[in-house]
Design a protein around this ligand. Structure first.
Ligand SMILES: [Zn+2]
Length: 509
């Protein structure tokens, strides 16, 4: 038994904070409030500290890093991560591992063991054994499911292929996967027709699980993209989570208000929809995202062949100039595959174009050629006013969307949760601490059907984060993302201390 003594309890429900203690034993919370524990029970003095449920990150791309026990999330007080987002999961892959890795473009790396999970059961068994820092829940990625079934080919699946995908998805959902995800801006999943998604959402609905989507567009076609997702939820009855909602690019900022109205109307109509957002103005993705989908059909080798063809480059360039919702100076290189273009990490595309004396799009082509297509970017997409409206919306859970890259990852990987509680809550006062905690505990736990998680309640799992509300802050910046936060004092997962000084005193002994 351990007693967390004399802290401020914020229980995750959104209810006002109150002073008290928390007693837990093994995996479970035993008592909360004014607790009288036996004198020989180890105690942790929580004077001046907040005791909250362990933070839950329902939009993570740490599918392999959790197995390698990276500490970026633990140091922020995160005790549960949902991986497999945006259509990228590490299973089912079986014999298609290399194609899956190629498709996932840099997300699925960093775990030394030779992996080839055929289904959710195999992957989750390995996380249960290896991921000692965090509880892992996982969505079945549509892109992975597709690549495992039909390779990197674009376009509609044959009836037999669709059958195979439905069966594999059903097997994974029955085997413990938390839901299904799509990444409809990433080829080849982006080329799936709505009918294919309808069939797979139906399987998800039948299993009673959640469907999370990275939609076809967050820019010019934001509203039509939302409509497609509402259609899927309406047609199949699945529970719908819009991933990392935002309106990308200045010319689309006005659409965000309408997007939120549409969401509220859909809920009113009876669709079980909510969304999540990360607390930063910049987003992060791969450079190939700026190309038209047809340019990446067939994978990297096919892309490089097209980049060697001047006529095709002219076609690509025309589309890209028309479609890019940001300014070139808003888009920064964060990581490259080799050392050839390393000096461009941290520079924006306008500057790189100037340096190379090329149009920014031609500079993109040069970079992709030099790096075999392997380049990551960070793009300033949003404005403060919109970000505030998103984060404070009652349907919004807060997520990291963090992923590891070898150069400079987005600081959200290392700082999201302390940034929310320090910068957004304490400094900008956009919401109360109780509301913010709710958005990273009970609210996401409910959306993703996590039993006995997200609240400080007797019988719940002893995932507990203790932090200093005055000190809590992210140290991660765009220039120096890999910086640990301050103010997380203790982090317990299933009752075990993962982070902080083990200051357990023997009371009276
Ligand atoms: Zn995404």
């Amino acid at each position: 038994m351990t007693l967390l003594h004399g802290g401020t309890l914020i229980d995750g429900s959104g209810a006002p904070a109150y002073s008290g203690d928390l007693l837990f034993d093994g995996h479970s919370i035993l008592a909360v409030g004014a607790v009288s524990a036996s004198t020989d029970c180890p105690q942790v003095d929580c004077t001046g500290l907040v005791i909250a449920p362990g933070f839950i990150d329902v939009h993570s791309h740490s599918d392999l890093q959790v197995l390698a026990r990276h500490r970026a999330k633990t140091d922020q007080g995160v005790t549960t991560e949902v991986v497999g987002n945006c259509g990228f999961s590490a299973y089912p892959c079986g014999t298609h591992r290399h194609e899956v890795q190629e498709f996932a473009n840099g997300i699925l790396f960093g775990y030394d063991r030779d992996w080839a999970w055929r289904n959710a059961q195999e992957y989750l068994a390995e996380t249960e054994a290896q991921a000692e820092l965090v509880t892992v829940r996982s969505l079945v990625g549509h892109g992975t499911l597709r690549v495992a079934t039909m390779g990197l080919r674009q376009g509609p699946a044959t009836p037999a292929e669709l059958d195979a995908m439905e069966q594999s998805l059903a097997e994974c959902l029955a085997g413990g996967a938390a839901g299904f995800s799509t990444g409809l801006m990433y080829a080849p999943g982006s080329t799936a027709p709505t009918e294919e998604l309808t069939a797979l959402c139906r399987v998800t609905a039948r299993a009673g699980k959640v469907y999370a989507t990275h939609m076809r567009s967050y820019g010019d076609d934001l509203l039509a993209s939302l409509d497609e997702q509402f259609y899927l939820a309406r047609a199949t009855g699945c529970r719908l989570q819009i991933s990392h909602l935002q309106a990308v690019g200045r010319r689309n900022w006005a659409k965000q208000a309408e997007a939120l109205e549409k969401l509220e109307a859909a809920r009113h109509e009876g669709i079980d929809v909510a969304f999540d957002s990360y607390p930063y103005l910049a987003g992060s993705t791969v450079l190939t995202q700026l190309l038209p989908a047809w340019a990446v059909d067939g994978g990297t080798a096919a892309l490089l062949a097209r980049l060697a063809d001047p006529a095709l480059c002219r076609d690509m360039k025309a589309t890209m100039i028309e479609q890019v919702p940001q300014q070139w100076s808003d888009i920064f290189i964060t990581a490259v595959g080799s050392t050839v273009s390393e000096h461009f990490v941290g520079s924006d595309l306008a500057t790189i174009g100037d340096t190379l004396a090329e149009h920014p799009v031609d500079a993109i082509f040069s970079l992709l050629r030099a790096e075999q297509g392997n380049v990551n970017i960070l793009a300033f997409n949003q404005c403060d006013e919109n970000l505030q409206k998103l984060l404070t919306h009652p349907l919004c859970s807060v997520i990291s969307d963090g992923f590891y890259v070898k150069g400079k990852p987005h600081p959200r990987l290392y700082g999201t949760f302390p940034f929310l509680l320090g910068e957004i809550v304490r400094e900008r006062r956009w919401m109360s601490l109780e509301q913010a905690i709710h958005k990273i505990t009970a609210q996401p736990a409910a959306r993703f059907s996590m039993a006995r998680q997200g609240l400080l309640t007797p019988g719940y799992i002893a995932d507990i984060t203790v932090f200093d509300p005055v000190q809590i802050a992210s140290g991660a910046t765009y220039a120096a993302p890999d910086t640990a936060p301050t103010g997380i004092v203790h982090c317990f997962r299933r009752g075990e201390l993962l982070s902080g000084t083990p200051v357990l005193h023997q009371h009276g002994g």
